[in-house]
Design a protein around this ligand. Sequence first.
Ligand SMILES: C[S@@+](CC[C@H](N)C(=O)[O-])C[C@H]1O[C@@H](n2cnc3c(N)ncnc32)[C@H](O)[C@@H]1O
Length: 391
Amino acid sequence: MPDARRRKTRTGTPGSRNQGNTLGKNTDGPSTGPKATFGKPTLLISAALTGIIIFLYAWSGHFKPGDSTIQESPLKKHEAYLTHDATSPFFVTDLPGRGKGLLASRDIKQGERVLREKPLFVVPRQISSSPTALIAESLGELNQDEQDAFFNLSYVHFPQHLDPTKHRDQVALAIFQTNAVAAGDGVGIFPRMARINHGCSSAFNVVYTWREKEEALYVHALKPISKGEELLTSYTNSKRSRHHRRAFLAEHYGFECECSVCSLPKEESEASDERLEAISEAYERLASWGQGRINGADAIAHVRKIWQLEDEEGYWSERGRLAADGAWVAAAHSDVAATREWAQIAVEWYSYEVGADSEQVEEMRQVALQPEGHSAWGTHRRLDVGGMYPV
Ligand SMILES: C[S@@+](CC[C@H](N)C(=O)[O-])C[C@H]1O[C@@H](n2cnc3c(N)ncnc32)[C@H](O)[C@@H]1O
């Protein structure tokens, strides 16, 4: 993205609840792209609060929600900008009741890169000026094809009393609210990625991450995806009960989630809710190691417990970071074998979720080669904390 298009960001602790006039209003869920873990001592404390998935972003503070039916803009033009080549692993299509979505045009392997995309524009999470004016200014810097790509996007919650053909700024705001995603300290519009619909815990199969150095968004297949299957990502913290997920999605994205997890029969849905709650609790306990409230062996027991519960649930996201947490604890307690084992697991799972060529994978490779080089090495008393399988 040319620098001119990148607005100066004023604040931004990814994952924090912002205050005041903020574009980061709905930070209830996982919000930050995967940050480098090795060398970042806040990791364990933040692990319970933030996930690896960037949440889809909706800002809804400036007018009352209108129609929750997904709509295409009357300002929509041709789709030239988004024409993709025959090698693309997905295609955009109309899906009953959910507007457009992406279907796999062939089998997609776990860890495969599905998409790399530069933003049309990025704006700060927090602003002191009018959001419509800021979006209009950003759009003014785009060429015609890029503007068309923006106005081709769908939206929800357009105020019913307004005529969209006469309120271009309000249409732009609704499009922004429905489609923008976190991009580092800001929020941006990515017209290809914006067509990916939502699925909850075990239903989503792709994850998107922002790479600051490249100022680009990457989408990777978290799970193997069969030809014809829909690509789904998570718009929110999926480690919450069905009731909470659905309430959030209805309020901010205007739809009643009927994904494969939300459609489970009552008993199975309750079992899923219990698992998700237990996962969240175990994350909190794991984070308490950072405050010295549990010892290293107990912390690793929580990592194992989370892993097992996630296997049962089919929730595979954030495992690179979880294994990196394991490596962190093991390194702090100078357990060479465990540090190496957790780092190797982190390499595998980061590769699926954020890419084999990511910083995170490189860092964990280094830890696996030389556990004593971990920045947390020896910061706690010597203890055999153990790897994935206790001996
Ligand atoms: C970022 S857009 C996704 C692409 C969108 N379907 C389109 O037509 O461009 C988000 C909107 O898509 C719709 N959507 C996403 N996931 C959905 C789902 N699982 N079920 C129904 N609608 C969904 C909602 O209207 C939501 O506000």
